[in-house]
Design a protein around this ligand. Sequence first.
Ligand SMILES: [Fe+2]
Ligand SMILES: [Fe+2]
Length: 197
Amino acid sequence: MKNEQVTELLYQALETEQGGIEVYTTALKCAVNADLKKEWEEYLDQTRNHERIVLELMDKLGIDPGKDTPGRLVVRHIGESLVEAMEMAMEGAPPEAAQLVACECVVEAETKDHLNWELIHEIAEKAKGEQRDELKAAYEQVEEEEDEHLYHSMGWCRELWIESLGMPAVLPPPEEEKEVKTAIGAARAKMARKELL
Ligand SMILES: [Fe+2]
Ligand SMILES: [Fe+2]
């Protein structure tokens, strides 16, 4: 395994969680649907906890969390752009449209977040000794929450878009009702949505 790239992944993971806090804070200002708001409040709390977990992990592995790498700066730029996109929507668009923008921004942020933790799980399997134990302890606390963040947010995004198009929507989305935690579960929930209408 390339240790330098493992460190890079952890920098990007930390930056994703830190950007995620800003993304959810802004997304909450865009939320109109009460159930969605409740969901995002929970995800914001969990994201704050994820930041803490990555910081702890870096501390244990002897990595300085204050260092900026070129890759980390790109992640920061994308996070800030997502926040800016939501602010733009709040200024110029009706509340329901800004909510849709926020849903899309959350899905984009969570796609990266989910990938990071999937990769942290992968490297934990290959790592040895203390590094393995620390990586494993971290992803075990986070991975299931990241599954929910991504798959449930994708469901919200799709159903709120469908509702905005004047078609019957399943709200809260089937991914949430079925507590989907895998890609295959998300695909099944999406396929079954028409039976729930
Ligand atoms: Fe996270
Ligand atoms: Fe997340």
